[in-house]
Write a protein that binds this ligand. Structure first.
Ligand code: GLA
Length: 798
């Protein structure tokens, strides 16, 4: 028996009241006399006091008279569900807000009335079957299960709450059990519902499109329903399932708010509704738009697990909770906390135009430049020369790789590099042997012309035969081929959603069954190949979610490799996901997506804040650039633990800093978008350092190319040099202009609060080695290391 009076118990039960506590938060609910689960509170940790019953009484909603046109739950009851804060809600009993669950019974009615039956504290946590879910570890009793029964039908609803104390996260999911003899149609089922008794919130959502993932949008909620949802079949780049619901005044470092996410990779729905009673309801779950589920007698249905956190420390507090949760309770791979390899990827270097000698030449340069993993991207399999054919045929194109995958891998290994390969297992092109042999494997509607995305069709993962085909075809690629890494791509959204193996009355199950099939495949393959590092991808970040991260510890965040665009994209991800999940590459200039030129060091400085890779043709770079890259890779390796696993702070619009968990090392980056002249002041202010420690802050001196100054060179040259002339280029080869050095030894309190003033930036009035050349798209990386001294020790020395 647990003793609920002990302070460190995370779930405290007082009769039918439940206090779920994390280190800094409390979530309180109570079962009313009528059997409804009333939500009482979610926020900063509160104490139940010496008289928990009295606390619950104080927190419960009060009502003594009917309210206007509101429906009363039943005769002689003053319960008006429309204005009650609820843990679950359904249609038909007076609650007019967006519901948690809608069931259609055999008689055609859609009214449900789930009332409390029992609860338990689970030592062995229960999670949704066949779905990605959080990692409970060796915890005990930190899952609360509450069981409800529909008043008139033998249909049961179980709610599961799991408490992750140290990262201030509580997860929720639910199971519907049809114990009756009749079929029940699930029209809608959410994973979480959060009723709040105020109406002054804003919802922060992250969406965009291809190459523009994770743009941050803030919507102030006033009245009615605001939705962030997709029926694209995947979590999608249009609207990530991670959202924040915060006070209107909440900002980066202060204010209250909730972070909410779903451990799911398919159609998702997050909605906030402000009711006519000035209360706010948030729900999230599978998008009801393209969903219904025929629940047979004696069968059950599991909804995905939702994630909730609260912080009173602004977006930063929410992000930190989410980062810790994702690192500890989502990522399961053996690479979870190990240094991720620095890679070279062949895509932007050669696109489809690859062959063994080309790849080996690239790999040779990569090895020489300090990279650790060579990734052969698209184009290696039978007949694949562009994006119109071959998906589905996972056998090697011998014209390109005469020695097969293993032959290439062997040579790559000899260069001292790991070997990685690209696959897109969920797809088929019409022009493929697979499609010719099995057109029924593709998702399409008989008798209707199929729409295409990137010329390809989805494989129907609702079909168990297709699921087995995908597993086998991938086993053949991964096994005995020397594969150390796999990039698992998925390059189209759903259309023509239909399963040829499901009857008409189950067609709306297709999208969810696809996710179940996908998770089955991913679970099988990632367990069969535990030594392979898997990276998720979907045209960049078209499926960046907690479901994928449960199987694959990192995801290619965007096909947009432009450094300036990446500052926005990576920052967008950082609100909900730790940098150890976000991959980022240095690519060529002009950038292939924007045609923008950015300095090589800026491309590195930004990408280094994610999991770093390079994706450009190293064979075409000159010695100078290769030397610079060699310096970058060695710097990255020296600071990799901080950059990959440190705490990531969004310090200002143009500055990030990441600080090691022990606060002894940190790396900061500042960057510029468009330069304004005569604006030469700069401050490096940090966050998260230990106020008491003394730190050494420094940068690495840049050596500027003379040509950056154009014809200004003539201001110092004794002879006239024509811009762009042979002489100009020759001089540039030999004459480099030293950039500024910054070097300070100060306390963490100075860095965190005052900041150090940087050297004057170039402003059109002169340049020397004391000038910070901070032109368009320039950036600087600063390294910060604790001296083995605290302020106190330093004072004693004196
Ligand atoms: C997608 C990915 C890219 C690349 C190509 C290959 O667009 O996001 O990184 O792998 O596919 O076709």
């Amino acid at each position: 028996m647990r003793d609920d009076t002990v302070r460190d118990v995370m779930i405290k039960v007082f009769e039918k009241s439940f206090f779920l506590c994390t280190a800094d938060t409390s979530y309180v609910l109570n079962i009313t006399d009528e059997g409804w689960p009333e939500h009482l509170y979610y926020g900063k940790r509160i104490d139940e006091g010496t008289d928990p019953k009295e606390t619950v009484r104080a927190l419960s909603g009060k009502v003594s008279h009917p309210k206007g046109t509101t429906i009363n739950y039943k005769k002689d009851s003053l319960t008006m569900l429309e204005d009650t804060m609820l843990e679950i809600s359904s249609m038909g009993k007076g609650d007019l807000r967006t519901p948690f669950i809608v069931l259609e019974y055999a008689d055609g009615s859609v009214t449900s009335d789930f009332l409390f039956e029992s609860y338990s504290l689970n030592d062995e946590a229960v999670f949704p079957k066949g779905l990605a879910h959080s990692v409970y570890g060796d915890r005990k009793g930190e899952q609360l299960e509450i069981v409800f029964k529909e008043k008139e039908k033998d249909v049961w609803l179980k709610l599961f709450y799991t408490v992750y104390e140290e990262c201030n996260v509580i997860t929720r999911w639910c199971r519907v059990e049809n114990r009756s003899e009749e079929v029940v149609n699930i029209k809608r089922i959410m994973s979480t519902q959060l009723d709040l008794d105020r109406n002054d919130y804003k919802m922060i959502t992250f969406g965009g499109n291809w190459a523009r993932e994770m743009e941050k949008h803030e919507t102030v909620l006033t009245h009615g329903l605001f939705e962030n949802s997709t029926y694209s079949g995947i979590s999608s780049n249009r609207c990530n399932p991670f959202v924040m619901l915060t006070n209107v005044s909440t900002g980066e470092t202060s204010g209250e708010g909730y972070g909410l996410n779903l451990i799911y990779s398919g159609n998702h729905y997050e909605a906030a509704e402000v009711s006519g009673f000035y209360k706010t309801r948030f729900v999230s779950g599978i998008n009801p738009i393209d969903f219904a589920w025929k629940l047979e007698a004696k069968d059950s249905f599991d909804a995905p697990e939702a994630v909730m956190t609260f912080s009173d420390k602004g977006y930063r507090g929410i992000s930190f909770n989410m980062h810790d949760f994702v690192r500890e309770h989502i990522v399961r791979s053996k690479f979870k906390s190990s240094p991720r390899p620095l890679l070279i990827n062949s895509w932007e270097a050669a696109y489809f135009n690859i062959n063994e000698s080309k790849l080996l030449a690239l790999a040779g340069k990569a090895a020489d430049a300090g990279m650790e993993l060579f990734v052969m991207d698209d184009g290696w399999f039978k007949g694949r020369n562009d994006d119109t054919s071959s998906l589905g045929d996972w056998t090697v194109e011998l014209k390109k790789l005469p020695n097969g995958i293993s032959g290439l891998a062997e040579k790559i290994h000899k260069l001292g590099l790991q070997f990685g390969i690209w696959v897109e297992p969920e797809m088929v092109n019409e022009d493929s042997d697979l499609y010719r042999a099995h057109p029924e494997y593709a998702m399409s509607i008989p008798g209707r012309e199929n729409s295409l995305g990137r010329n390809q069709m989805l494989l129907d993962l609702t079909n168990p035969e297709v699921v087995e085909y995908v597993k086998d075809s991938m086993r053949a690629v991964f096994k005995d081929n020397g594969v150390d890494y796999v990039k698992w791509d998925m390059n189209r959204m759903f259309s023509d959603v239909y399963s040829k193996v499901l009857p008409a009355d189950r067609q709306r199950e297709t999208a969810h069954r696809y996710v179940l099939g996908l998770y089955d495949i991913m679970e099988t393959l990632t367990s069969e190949f535990p030594d392979i590092l898997f990276e998720g991808c979907a045209s960049g970040g078209n499926r960046f979610d907690l479901g994928i991260l449960n199987y694959m510890p990192q995801i290619w965040a965007s096909d947009d490799t432009d450094a300036i665009m990446r500052t926005h994209i990576q920052e967008g991800y950082s609100y909900g996901y730790p940098m150890s999940t976000v991959t980022a590459h240095v690519s060529a200039c002009p950038n292939h997506q924007t045609l923008r030129n950015t300095p090589l060091d800026t491309r590195f400085n930004i990408a280094a804040f994610g999991l770093l890779g390079y994706e450009l043709n190293l064979c075409e770079l000159g010695k100078e650039e290769l030397d610079a890259i060699r310096v970058q890779t060695s710097l990255y390796k020296a600071w990799r633990d901080v950059l990959q696993y440190g705490d990531f702070y969004r310090v200002s619009k143009y500055e990030w800093v990441t600080v090691s968990k022990d606060k002894r090392r940190a790396v900061a980056v500042t960057w510029n978008e468009l330069m304004t002249p005569n604006d030469q002041y700069g401050v490096l202010r940090t966050a998260g350092l230990d106020d008491e420690l003394i730190y050494h802050v420094f940068n690495i001196r840049l050596r500027h190319d003379l040509r950056e100054f154009g014809d200004l060179v003539n201001q110092v040259s004794p002879i006239h040099i024509k811009k762009g002339s042979v002489l100009h280029n020759l001089l540039a080869k030999f004459v480099k202009l030293d950039g500024e050095l910054e070097d300070y030894t100060v306390t963490g309190s100075v860095l965190n609060n005052a900041g150090v003033k940087l050297k004057q930036a170039y402003g059109g009035t002169g340049f020397n080695a004391e000038t910070r050349l901070f032109q368009d798209f320039a950036s600087r990386m600063y390294f910060i290391e604790a001296k083995d001294m605290t302020v106190e020790m330093a004072l004693n020395v004196r």
